[in-house]
Design a protein around this ligand. Structure first.
Ligand SMILES: [Zn+2]
Length: 167
């Protein structure tokens, strides 16, 4: 086996999460990889870091450009307010979500706009350090109180309300 190069397909149809914080890419990809896809067909999912983005700098309240993360899903669309998109919104509310069809962006939203009203996620920690969810294993459950910005969640167990950092 030499150096193999696998060219990525052009995206005819799919989704692109852009201007994401690079340190949240792992959590976003975990959500996508661990979900059950329709018909059991896991799509091609790619992540990339290192591109420079003025939007990420702006989200951080900075001038110029900062590295951004990008996640692409080939051949599949996620619905707004679906469990997956709500979880991604709660992980990185400020990233940009693009729906691509016929090689064109047919819809563009910020992730927080795509949140539903309930999310279960191990990637989001309740801000109450005494909350049972921070001391026991198990799915963490939150009610989305406001899409914001900032996206505001209420813990299902201790009812603490907190803002999910948007910038
Ligand atoms: Zn809690």
């Amino acid at each position: 086996m030499g150096n193999e190069y696998i060219p990525l397909p052009d995206m005819e149809m799919g989704m692109n999460f852009d201007h994401a914080y690079p340190d949240r890419l792992g959590s976003i990809c975990n959500v996508l990889v661990n979900r059950t896809w329709v018909n059991g067909n896991t799509p091609i999912i790619t992540q990339a870091v290192g591109f420079q983005s003025s939007k990420v700098a702006k989200r951080r309240g900075r001038e110029g450009k900062l590295p951004k993360g990008v996640v692409k899903i080939y051949g599949m669309h996620l619905e707004e307010a679906s469990d997956v998109l709500t979880e991604i919104a709660a992980i990185d509310p400020g990233c940009t979500v693009n729906w691509i069809f016929n090689r064109s962006v047919i819809k563009k939203k910020r992730a927080f706009e795509c949140a539903g009203d309930y999310v279960e996620s191990d990637a989001i920690n309740c801000e109450n350090s005494d909350c049972i969810t921070n001391h026991e294993e198990g799915r963490k459950k939150y009610h989305i109180v406001s899409k914001g910005p900032p996206l505001t969640a209420r813990c299902h167990y201790c009812e603490r309300e907190f803002e999910i950092v948007y910038r």
